[in-house]
Design a protein around this ligand. Structure first.
Ligand code: KIV
Length: 268
């Protein structure tokens, strides 16, 4: 967490990407990305659900363990799934604790609101570093009426600022700000000592995060604020079609992919 504070003072912004498996985590880590977020976006990006709501503590724990095993340097943050925090304090602590004790995460992220201020304080006191998350919090999609821009009125923007302060005071080490006007995110960033990491929140945050499948060009429904930096779907399609064609044409496997064992030509 000290490192994250140091990152805020660095000239380049903090970089964060989601990861859900060991191979992808290893590639992202080798690229020097600062933070790997095992987001509950795994629900839509890896597990085939329509939203993040069905994601379980077991899901996040298993994928966090894979990401932690696949990476060496990046900070690994496990995203606490819907209803895994806030229902009961002891259960919240146990669930968050599993991410550090059993899965190897360095910190947890909570989709935040008035209900997570005390929880953030409790988890921090117990030695579980907390990244807060304000603005669009997808676990509230049923109340928000969709994945809509947040903080667009003065009252809503003031509430984000006030909750940002409350979570900083409660001990959060960083804050994700999602899908809010750039000028609101800039003022939140200016007002806090902890780093802000924006997604759809303009360029004045201390860092940026995106969902890996959006960056790679694998998603079918990327949000408007994401940028596709590659076309991995096309690369995968080429490789898979190449394999299919080779098998169908009997050119794979070739001799170099097989071996013959002497004395085993006459079985039965
Ligand atoms: O679950 C997730 O991937 C997230 C990021 C988009 C911040 O919460």
């Amino acid at each position: 967490m000290t490192t994250t504070r140091e990152l805020r003072d660095r000239t380049e912004p903090i970089t964060m990407l989601t990861a859900y498996d060991a191979h992808t985590a290893s590639v992202i880590d080798d690229c020097g990305i600062d933070i790997l977020l095992v987001g509950d976006s795994m629900g839509t990006e890896a597990l085939g659900y329509d939203s993040t709501l069905p994601v379980t503590v077991d899901d996040v724990e298993r994928h966090t363990a894979a990401v932690a095993r696949g990476s060496d340097d990046a900070l690994v943050v496990a995203d606490m799934p819907f209803l895994s925090v806030g229902v009961d304090e002891a259960e919240t602590v146990r669930n968050a604790g599993r991410m550090l004790k059993d899965a190897g995460a360095d910190a947890v992220k909570l989709e935040s609101g008035p209900h997570t201020v005390e929880l953030t304080e409790r988890l921090t006191q117990l030695g579980i570093p907390v990244m807060a998350h304000l603005g669009l919090t997808p676990q509230h999609v049923n109340q928000l009426g969709g994945y809509t821009r947040q903080g667009t009125t003065e009252a809503a923007a003031e509430e984000i600022l006030s909750l940002a302060h409350a979570h900083e005071d409660a001990g959060a080490f960083a804050l994700v700000v999602e899908h809010v006007p750039a000028n609101v995110a800039a003022q939140v960033t200016e007002a806090l000592d902890i780093p802000t990491i924006g997604i759809g929140a303009g360029s004045d945050c201390d860092g940026q995060v995106l969902v890996i499948s959006d960056v790679l060009g694998l998603s079918k429904n990327a949000p408007p604020f994401a940028e596709q930096f590659g076309d991995v779907r096309a690369a995968m399609t080429d490789a898979i079609e190449g394999y299919k064609t080779a098998v169908e044409a009997d050119s794979f496997p070739a001799d170099e992919h097989s071996h013959i064992e002497d004395g085993l030509d006459d079985l039965g």
